[in-house]
Design a binder for this molecule. Structure first.
Ligand SMILES: Cc1cc2nc3c(=O)[nH]c(=O)nc-3n(C[C@H](O)[C@H](O)[C@H](O)COP(=O)(O)O)c2cc1C
Ligand code: SF4
Ligand code: SF4
Length: 338
């Protein structure tokens, strides 16, 4: 039996849901598993602001219309990898994580890569001297691009032994902010279905991990030539699609002052700590943003928008709300049949 730790970032809750499913399946197999949300390591928000890691889509977006009030240059991934230096705040993790036999690192896929906050965190980790197995996990909407490759590269660079990768598509939560409406019950039903699919995939992955621990040679997944050939056009369309959407439709930060109740939810919820208050105490974003959509989705009065395309549109309330809608529907069905 092994002791596992799952370190994750989740913009709007889907990756947290996936991490909980992995935990559930690990515990069913008799292993122990702790969860660690990156945002619980609170000092890190400040680090993210001061050392932004930009993905290509955000570099292109901000080149067109710079919002950042700080003159820090955006660091490209290759340069960031080459100049990565251990962060003293994270130094103790090498000892704190000593008792874990395996660590999983997970995040949503943003622009084909891990979310910038996860990248920043991994780059800032110390080099682990004792051998430690790790794996990566991700949730996405169907095109994860370089995610696995990037994770295996950075984690190996930090001294870990990369054991594999597992990913899952759940619901198209990211596009909710551009849709007219978002059906909670149907999306909840899809989430239930996808979660069952995820449990099966996790089980196969965990069998593979068990074999690795037993020293038995095993293969989890091999990319077939067909999957590479058919995946390529999809990757290109998705890549340019994301770029196009973010640059032309999503990029920006707007607020309806008449709707804002100055509750500070957006300020507190921003994982990068980017939202400040203006002189009238209304939120304003002046820094580099990764478009995690949390401020937009979590605003209780729908006062925020990024562009006209997201103005007065549907919001994704998080997986728990969708699952609750399914539960209530099942309960109503049972009561009707009594
Ligand atoms: C800024 C941004 C970029 C994204 N880029 C991709 C992408 O390149 N490929 C993909 O399949 N999904 C992409 N997505 C969708 C998310 O990966 C997906 O919705 C994920 O499950 C969200 O997880 P979370 O709720 O933990 O944040 C993107 C979402 C956002 C907000
Ligand atoms: S400003 Fe909003 S979208 Fe940008 S990182 Fe913060 S919460 Fe996410
Ligand atoms: S979450 Fe919405 S209502 Fe609350 S301060 Fe931000 S914009 Fe205003």
């Amino acid at each position: 039996m092994y002791r596992a730790l799952l370190v994750y970032f989740s913009g709007t809750g889907i990756t947290r849901h996936f991490a909980q499913l992995i935990q559930e399946q690990m515990e069913k197999r008799g292993h122990s598993c702790d969860l660690l949300n990156l945002e619980e390591l609170t000092d890190i928000t400040v680090l993210w602001q001061k050392k932004p890691v930009a993905l290509p889509y955000t570099i292109r977006a901000e080149e067109k219309r710079p919002l950042s009030k700080y003159p820090w240059p955006y660091v490209k991934l290759r340069d960031a990898l080459n100049s990565a230096a251990e962060n003293p705040v994270l130094k103790s993790l090498e000892h704190e994580w000593d008792d874990y036999d395996i660590i999983g690192f997970g995040s949503p896929v943003y622009g084909f890569r891990p979310a910038p906050v996860m990248i920043r965190f991994l780059l800032d980790l110390p080099r682990f001297k004792k051998p430690k197995r790790v794996f990566s996990f991700a949730t996405h909407d169907g095109a994860q691009g370089d995610y696995e490759n990037f994770m295996s590269q950075v984690l190996t660079d930090k001294g870990f032994t990369f054991a594999g990768h597992i990913d899952q598509t759940f619901i198209y939560s990211a596009s909710a902010v551009m849709r007219k409406s978002f059906d909670h019950l149907n999306s909840g039903r899809l989430l239930v279905k996808k979660s069952d699919e995820a449990r099966n995939n996790i089980d196969i992955f965990l069998k593979y991990l068990d074999n690795i621990f037993k020293g038995v040679k095993d293969i989890y997944r091999i990319a077939t030539p067909m999957s590479i050939i058919f995946g390529l056009p999809y990757r290109l369309i998705y890549s340019y699609g994301i770029d196009f959407l973010l640059n032309y439709f999503l990029f920006g930060f707007g607020i309806h002052h008449d709707k804002c109740i100055q509750c500070m939810t957006c300020v507190v919820q921003c994982p990068q700590g980017l939202i400040e208050l203006d002189e009238d105490n209304y939120p304003i974003r002046l820094y580099h943003c990764m478009y995690c959509l949390r401020c937009l989705n979590w605003c209780p009065t729908d006062a925020l928008y990024f562009s006209r395309l997201t103005e007065d549109k549907a919001r994704f309330p998080g997986p728990e709300v969708l699952l609750e809608a399914v539960k209530q529907d099942q309960l109503a069905g049972r009561l009707k049949n009594l």
